[in-house]
Write a protein that binds this ligand. Structure first.
Ligand SMILES: [Zn+2]
Length: 336
């Protein structure tokens, strides 16, 4: 009998055998103290972590390790008030920030944003003329949702109260990489879409320039919160098998991601069970000068360099984006 370690694992998307890409991977942001390996499909390049965390582990890492921004209803409103940019504005094209899925919806449509967090996206959908609905697992958001009168279902998609064939758009920004069974997930949410309705999703690109050259330091491994990593081919197979047509799929690289990757490259990889300062939120009520002191001058200088680097490399990233080597996919699927 094969031991579990030596057993061949098969790709969740196309069923081909996978091979080990990296072992000894761990949470290099928030310090969850377990190790995982990454296995990659030899045919479609989809990758997943091994083992896939159980639902108990997933619940615990999001509750006990993942930092939540403490936002008030006023903060949420203020953020949404500043939202006026169109996804294809010059500024977004320049900065590579085209992966905010709900910004592509059309006025007069019914829109479900899965994993809507504090509800900023729902206010922005309303601003774009859409009828906004959301789902979110984190019940801490409920008081904000009540205060802002947002239509949010707290719970998983199996218990959503929305009728079948109801939505024109389902959006999910940087979500599918967190879902242990993406195929089952798409089949389930597809029922809630009208025929001809669209899914707009964004997710990291495992074939991006940085995924290749930064190896274990790639910021989008984000293990074990991310369990799946997609290539263009795996997206195509997944869409086909779940009854969707790929209308458009392109890559885009947000400048913020470039800066975070630069910072990560310049620092030692944190060891198992430790937190990386890059990912810790700025303590509340700390002014900039106090924050520089808190970070150390060296760390602050690195952040300035990272920001400059992200500006200088804009032209190179826009070329990579066009070649499909950008850091994030933005994918438009249509229910057949
Ligand atoms: Zn595969």
């Amino acid at each position: 009998m094969l031991s579990e370690e030596n057993a061949v694992l098969y790709c969740k998307i196309c069923k081909s055998p996978t091979t080990l890409l990296y072992n000894e991977m761990h949470d290099d942001r928030y310090g969850y103290p377990e190790q995982y390996s990454v296995n990659k499909c030899s045919s479609c390049n989809f990758a997943e972590i091994n083992p896939i965390p159980s639902s108990e582990v997933l619940e615990s890492i999001y509750t006990d390790y993942y930092p939540r921004k403490a936002m008030t209803a006023d903060d949420v409103k203020a953020t949404a008030d500043n939202f006026s940019r169109k996804p294809n504005s010059d500024k977004n094209n320049l900065q590579g920030e085209k992966n905010k899925c709900h910004s592509y919806i059309t006025a007069g449509s019914k829109v479900l944003d899965i994993g809507c967090g504090n509800g900023v996206s729902l206010l922005e959908i309303t601003k774009l003329g859409g009828d906004a609905y959301g789902t979110e697992l984190d019940k801490n958001i409920k008081p904000i949702a009540d205060e802002l009168n947002l239509e949010i279902h707290f719970g998983d998609i199996d218990t959503m109260p929305y009728p079948d064939d109801f939505f024109d758009f389902i959006t999910m920004s940087q979500l599918i990489e967190h879902i242990p069974d993406p195929k089952d997930f798409l089949i389930k949410i597809s029922k809630k879409l009208k025929v001809g309705g669209k899914i707009i999703l964004s997710t990291p690109n495992i074939e991006s320039a940085n995924a290749k050259r930064t190896e274990k330091k790639w910021i989008n491994w984000h293990i074990p919160y991310h369990v799946n990593f997609f290539s263009q081919k795996s997206i195509n197979v997944l869409a086909k098998e779940t009854g969707f047509k790929v209308l458009k799929s392109e890559t885009t690289t947000p400048m913020g991601w470039v800066a975070l990757q630069y910072l990560t490259n310049k620092k030692e990889r944190v060891s198992l069970g430790n937190k990386e300062t890059i990912w810790q939120p700025r303590p509340k009520n700390m002014n900039t000068l106090e924050y520089i002191k808190y970070l150390s001058f060296k760390e602050f200088s690195l952040r300035v360099l990272a920001l400059l680097n992200s500006y200088f490399t804009i032209p190179a990233w826009r070329i990579r984006d066009k070649a499909g080597k950008g850091e994030s996919f933005i994918v438009f699927l249509e229910k057949a």
